[in-house]
Design a protein around this ligand. Structure first.
Ligand code: GLV
Length: 307
């Protein structure tokens, strides 16, 4: 039985090591070293292209990342289960990134950076964490973990999702009406939604206008969820005070894009978090076990819903 990996080859070598240690009975191959196509039962990929169509005995496609929007589902036979990556390494990185961004916003570091450039020594009023309202879009594994950490600082935490969730100490909102209600009480909006037809362009003027004036955005979902012209307008008018963007559309962001030079925008090159080979192999091995036992795999996506 072969597990075929088609993604970053440097990390692939780490996957191979871990597979050899933990499951020596499985042949782990890194694309383009396919071996016998007929032996490939599992494909782990970032962008498989049409590879899945050429493997006659393929049983499951695993995304190497938390998102599956980069997979072209029309190139994956309809009967094959598709699984996204749920592993603790991605969660830890994301919690770190978002926590840092929220604290930087909360402690006015964007304003202080500008003051430093102007050599201005000007203390700003402190705001207690309990008075800072955080709103997270997307309550999957990542959104939930981020909220659980932010709660520890005492922030007033809320989260929104398509369906109703229940997280201790977090005001949970759901559905279309719930979205407006959460936005109205959100000073720092964090986007951790998957990219689907329903979320493409979601971060637009309509959403910004529903936030209290001077709110901030932390965007760690997908670039195509943000209408960047609307963000630039909102920054210009003061409706949005600052933004931390780890994802853009396109990536990389063109060098002449106006977002680069916005004084209160911080851009990072899609590094908020990444799959960690060690814990990812453990997660995949557990899913192989579940699959072989005929049980439901962790992170199995609903192909019609897109996540
Ligand atoms: C990265 O963005 C991922 O989907 O893991």
């Amino acid at each position: 039985m072969t597990v075929l990996y088609k993604a970053d080859p440097v990390r692939g070598a780490l996957w191979a090591e871990r597979f050899a240690q933990l499951a020596p009975e499985i042949q782990f191959r890194v694309w383009p070293d396919l071996g016998d196509r007929a032996a490939v039962r599992y494909l782990v990929a970032w962008q498989p292209g049409d590879l899945a169509l050429t493997l006659p005995n393929l049983e499951v496609v695993f995304s190497v990342g938390a998102g599956v929007d980069q997979l072209d589902l029309s190139q994956i036979p309809a009967h094959l289960p598709v699984v996204r990556m749920l592993e603790p390494g991605i969660v830890e990185g994301m919690v770190e990134y978002v926590t840092e961004a929220v604290l930087a916003i909360h402690r006015d570091l964007f304003d202080y950076a500008l003051q430093q450039q102007a050599r201005a020594w000007q203390p700003l009023p402190l705001c207690a964490a309990a008075s800072r309202r955080i709103g997270v879009l997307g309550l999957g594994m990542l959104g939930t973990a981020v909220l659980e950490r932010l709660r520890l600082f005492g922030f007033a935490c809320a989260g929104w999702s398509r369906s109703q969730h229940d997280i201790e100490g977090v005001a949970c909102y759901a559905g279309e009406a719930g979205l407006d209600a959460m936005l109205a009480r959100t000073d720092v909006l964090i986007c951790l939604l998957p990219l689907t037809d329903a979320t493409r362009g979601l971060l637009c003027r309509r959403v910004f206008d529903r936030l209290p004036r001077g709110a901030s955005l932390v965007h760690v979902g997908r670039g195509a969820q943000l209408v960047s012209g609307d963000l630039l307008d909102a920054l210009q008018s003061g409706q949005i005070h600052s933004a931390v963007l780890d994802v853009t559309d396109p990536e990389p962001l063109p060098t002449d894009h106006p977002l680069w030079t916005q004084p209160r925008v911080r851009i990072t090159p899609h590094i908020a978090s990444a799959t960690r080979p060690e814990s990812a192999v453990d997660a995949v091995l557990e899913n192989l076990r579940l699959h072989r036992a005929g049980e439901r795999m962790n992170g199995l996506i609903d192909r019609t819903r897109g996540y």
